[in-house]
Design a protein around this ligand. Structure first.
Ligand SMILES: Nc1nc2c(ncn2[C@@H]2O[C@H](COP(=O)(O)OP(=O)(O)OP(=O)(O)O)[C@@H](O)[C@H]2O)c(=O)[nH]1
Ligand SMILES: Nc1nc2c(ncn2[C@@H]2O[C@H](COP(=O)(O)OP(=O)(O)OP(=O)(O)O)[C@@H](O)[C@H]2O)c(=O)[nH]1
Ligand SMILES: [Mg+2]
Ligand SMILES: [Mg+2]
Lengths: 292, 279
């Protein structure tokens, strides 16, 4: 783990007398390599190193009785600061039905997450309505309907010839009639560089008037995470990020990158394929995961 | 991103390293390439940004050219079997549809096996691709044993003289030991029912994946033996640079790339083109 590596490095440095700026620079190289291997964005890593260096050259480390421990503490603190200092909750305060839109790249886990959110919100006493607005992917409507059936949550009966905008309009009507307070809209995966599809997303948003626009991003996403998140943020204004497949061994550096560049709070994480596998995002846990 | 004729300096070297890292080559591979570049600059007196980029392209091509080995589907006196696998959401099912159409256009007879019996609507999804490709899909009910589906597909192909069987499996994280065991069992059953099969074990990787792709390749390769890679979603902005580290470490042929969601969006991997898009 990085923490162990840094502690070792400082032990060796202590044995050699005073800690110098050169020592700090060399140690920061280790931090940088570790972050890049954890998929943290290149520029974000660079800025992070600058911030840590500024503090590391101060009395806090240089005059400490245990500089290694102080250094590690700074790295950890700076990370938690970047990730958002506490779990950010879903904000569903809106006239019912409150709409939540799930957006993101192909295969990131949107449809599965929609099902998970439905179960999660119902456990919190809300009455969710699943809305299959992906009429592009083969059997996407079936997929969400099956998930809805597994947890006995009502699901809008999307017809394959409908377009996403009219689906949202009709679904809102149906939600009102059935007295459901939260609409979870599953959209088709799309590339941030597919202009017509990004325009479609704007139209869907204009119709749905969502109180939450959540980017569903794969925890194993590499350097491209920032480009993707920025584009989606520009197009529809993200209110939150859900990081999926965190049950694997991907370090999830994309989370740090996306949060620090777009400011989008990370709200939830996906921890498996079952519909129960979702929980709030805890910055402390993510920081430990990346530093490990 | 670098104007022609620009001279070599520390800023240029940093920009080049950034280009490599942001293409997901990984810090280790990027540093090795930059070290080689540094030596080349001294040795050959390279002067311009263009010279340096040319060097990097050559160095990367040296790694990728040997794994440019397109998929060959020979005519045998038995079904030729492809097993597709990989982590969740990488594009396995879609890629199988694309491969099926390609083979049918080449006049081959193809059968698909819907061995993802776990995920909601996975079978329906593959059936639609089967219809689009004009090929039949062997399926059981949801929740059935994936090995049983593979078994049935092999038997059907053998008895009907179908030339190619492509087996779709459920996405699975390489860290899930029980799911890796399930995959090994599918391979065992296939080999038992059709000696010589599976002829191709295709790992489908998502180009947007970062360093974790290396762990995926390693674990799947050690568990089941990968004979080919398909890199999907290269129509996005991710460069898929991690295949360089994977190629260097495992030498697994890169067969195909996915460049879109339509059935014709499949291309043979060409190392030169890939490197051009990278640097
Ligand atoms: N292990 C794991 N798998 C997940 C998680 N979330 C989703 N998946 C799996 O990831 C794959 C893709 O999930 P989908 O819900 O179909 O993804 P999507 O974003 O809707 O895909 P498109 O609609 O094609 O863009 C499926 O195999 C899911 O079971 C997670 O948190 N952990
Ligand atoms: N843009 C783009 N999208 C792709 C490509 N290949 C697949 N997709 C999309 O990625 C998403 C996931 O594809 P699937 O074929 O369901 O992936 P999978 O690996 O079978 O997923 P699981 O079975 O759930 O693990 C779908 O929305 C596909 O249309 C590609 O080359 N480019
Ligand atoms: Mg979906
Ligand atoms: Mg699939």
């Amino acid at each position: 783990s990085l923490t162990e590596k840094l502690t070792e490095t400082f032990k060796k440095l202590r044995g050699q007398g005073r800690i110098t700026e050169r020592n700090i620079d060399d140690t920061l190289k280790e931090v940088r390599a570790h972050f890049l291997e954890a998929d943290v964005n290149y520029k974000v890593t660079k800025d992070f190193i600058v911030a840590v260096k500024a503090r590391a050259l101060g009395a806090e480390v240089m005059q400490s009785l245990n500089p290694g421990q102080q250094f590690v503490k700074i790295v950890h603190q700076e990370m938690v600061r970047l990730l958002g200092e506490e779990a950010a909750p879903l904000n569903l305060a809106a006239a019912p039905p409150a709409a939540v839109m799930l957006v993101g790249l192909q295969g990131s886990g949107k449809t599965t997450t929609a099902g998970k959110l439905a179960l999660y919100l119902r456990k919190q006493g809300r009455s969710p309505y699943l809305v299959p607005a992906d009429v592009q992917r083969p059997a996407a409507i079936d997929q969400l309907k099956i998930l809805a059936g597994q947890i006995q949550v009502p699901v809008f009966d999307t017809r394959p010839e409908q377009n996403p905008v009219e689906i949202c309009r009709e679904a809102r009507q149906a939600a009102r009639v059935q007295g459901l307070d939260t609409m979870l809209i599953d959209t088709a995966g799309r590339l941030h560089v597919d202009a017509p599809l990004m325009e479609e997303l704007k139209r869907i948003k204009a119709e749905a008037k969502p109180v939450e626009v959540l980017l569903v991003a794969d925890a194993m996403t590499g350097q491209d995470a920032v480009t993707v998140a920025e584009a989606f943020h520009q197009a529809v204004g993200l209110t939150g990020l859900i990081l999926t497949k965190l049950d694997g061994d991907a370090r999830g550096g994309a989370a740090l990158s996306i949060k620090s560049v777009t400011g989008t709070p990370i709200k939830l994480v996906g921890l498996g394929e079952k519909l129960e596998a979702i929980e709030p995002f805890y910055p402390e846990r993510m920081a430990s995961r990346i530093l490990d | 991103l670098l104007p022609k004729g620009r001279q070599v300096d520390a800023a240029l070297l940093e920009e080049l390293e950034e280009a490599l890292v942001t293409s997901d080559l990984g810090v280790k591979t990027a540093v090795e390439l930059m070290t080689g570049l540094g030596a080349a600059v001294k040795r050959e007196g390279l002067e311009s940004a263009e010279d340096l980029k040319a060097y990097l392209r050559r160095a990367i091509l040296e790694i990728l050219q040997p794994v440019e080995k397109p998929l060959e589907v020979p005519r045998l006196d038995r079904p030729w079997v492809l097993l597709a696998l990989g982590v969740n959401g990488t594009g396995k099912t879609t890629t199988i549809g694309k491969i099926a159409l390609r083979l049918r256009q080449q006049g081959r007879s193809v059968l698909l096996a819907a061995a993802d019996t776990f995920r909601a609507a996975a079978i329906q999804q593959l059936e639609i691709w089967g219809q689009r490709a004009g090929v039949e899909v062997i399926k059981h009910q949801e929740g059935a044993d994936p090995s049983a589906v593979a078994f049935d597909a092999i038997k059907a192909a053998q008895s009907r003289g179908v030339e190619v069987v492509i087996i779709d499996t459920a996405g699975r994280l390489h860290t899930r030991v029980n799911l890796m065991e399930e995959l090994k069992k599918v391979k065992r059953i296939v080999a038992r029912e059709q000696p010589g099969a599976p002829d191709e074990v295709l790992l489908v990787l998502d180009a947007t994946t970062g360093q974790n792709a290396l762990a995926q390749a390693k674990t799947f390769h050690e568990a089941i033996g990968i004979t080919g890679l398909c890199l999907t979603k290269l129509d996005g902005t991710a460069k898929g640079g991690i295949v360089i580290a994977i190629s260097r470490e495992f030498g697994i042929p890169i067969r195909l790339i996915g460049v879109g969601e339509q059935i014709e969006d499949l291309q043979t991997f060409r190392a030169e083109e890939f490197v051009r898009a990278l640097i």
